[in-house]
Write a new protein. Structure first.
Length: 294
């Protein structure tokens, strides 16, 4: 078996302890390990220098490694970074949560060994997550114009709200007067969109969610629509520049940019261990059904 390990910069020695657990398990199980080059550098700075591993820096090297599973160590943001690197390689990802909430990185850091044993024992399934694709009349996110979570468009240079014209299949849906807009996948419904009042959508729902950020009109509400539609976006405002993001990666755009969002042609695989359920994750992360008043 071969595993690919991807991670972010570690905060302290405590987080390094959990990474050591992973390497010790892999060594004991005689599992071949490939490590993302940037992550390996961070580990070496902290004094962890694993032996017998393969260094992975490019998509070509990742395909040559051909891992059964990719394991991320960090939070949900780390999984989004991993998605931008793995792209359409069809390598499922298991997220170990070293962060705070962790909707996507669902394995608690105190349950690492249990999760790894399930992976080795094939006690998991692969959940296919849809991505959105960005197309534009100008060069925008050329390296990877896809997002697992969301696309956003924001004001940038001043505090004045902007106007965002949104079209669905060529028909005007609304002109949003707001600080910005979010178009999310079902996976992204528990991210930024949720913070702005958007609904939680099951991962297999095949939808887009359009959520305004601080809309001027109180009657503006989030909209859920099938991901078979194409959503076009055009922005204008008092400033010449606006901020556009895909899963946290950002670029500056102007009113001359005509952006279209549609469903990507490929999916992103998430490892779901036996016993894991979306509803259970929601209950645990959001404390549903738990009385925390005392």
């Amino acid at each position: 078996m071969t595993i690919f390990l991807f991670g972010r910069k570690l905060k302290d020695e405590n987080e390094l302890h959990y990474v050591r657990q992973v390497f010790e398990f892999m060594t004991n199980q005689k599992i071949e390990v490939g490590v993302y080059k940037s992550f390996l550098k961070e580990l070496q700075i902290l004094g962890l220098k694993p032996e017998g591993i393969k260094i992975i820096a490019t998509k070509k090297e990742l395909l040559a490694l051909s891992p059964k599973v990719a394991i991320t160590m960090g939070g949900d943001g780390t999984i989004l970074q991993a998605a931008a690197f793995i792209q359409d390689c069809k390598i499922p990802v298991l997220g170990i949560n070293l962060g705070r909430l962790g909707f996507l990185a669902s394995v608690d850091k105190n349950h690492i060994l249990k999760a790894l044993k399930q992976v080795v024992g094939n006690k998991f399934s692969i959940e296919e997550r849809s991505l959105l694709k960005l197309e534009c009349n100008k060069n925008l996110f050329a390296d990877f114009p896809f997002a697992l979570n969301d696309f956003t468009l924001h004001k940038r240079d001043n505090s004045s709200m902007i106007t965002i014209h949104v079209f669905v299949d060529g028909v005007l849906l609304n002109a949003y007067w707001a600080d910005g807009i979010i178009i999310s996948t079902p996976t992204g419904s528990t991210g930024y969109s949720l913070s702005c009042g958007g609904p939680i959508v099951f991962p297999d729902s095949s939808n887009f969610i359009i959520t305004a950020v601080a809309p001027h009109n109180l009657n503006v509400r989030p909209i859920v629509l099938s991901d078979t539609h194409k959503i076009a976006v055009r922005v204008e405002g008092r400033s010449d520049n606006f901020m556009c993001t895909l899963d946290g990666r950002y670029e500056t755009v102007t009113s001359e940019y005509l952006i279209e969002i549609s469903k990507a042609e490929f999916n992103f695989g998430m490892v779901r261990l036996d016993g894991q359920q979306f509803m259970k994750t929601m209950s645990e992360k959001l404390w549903w059904g738990m009385d925390k008043r005392n």
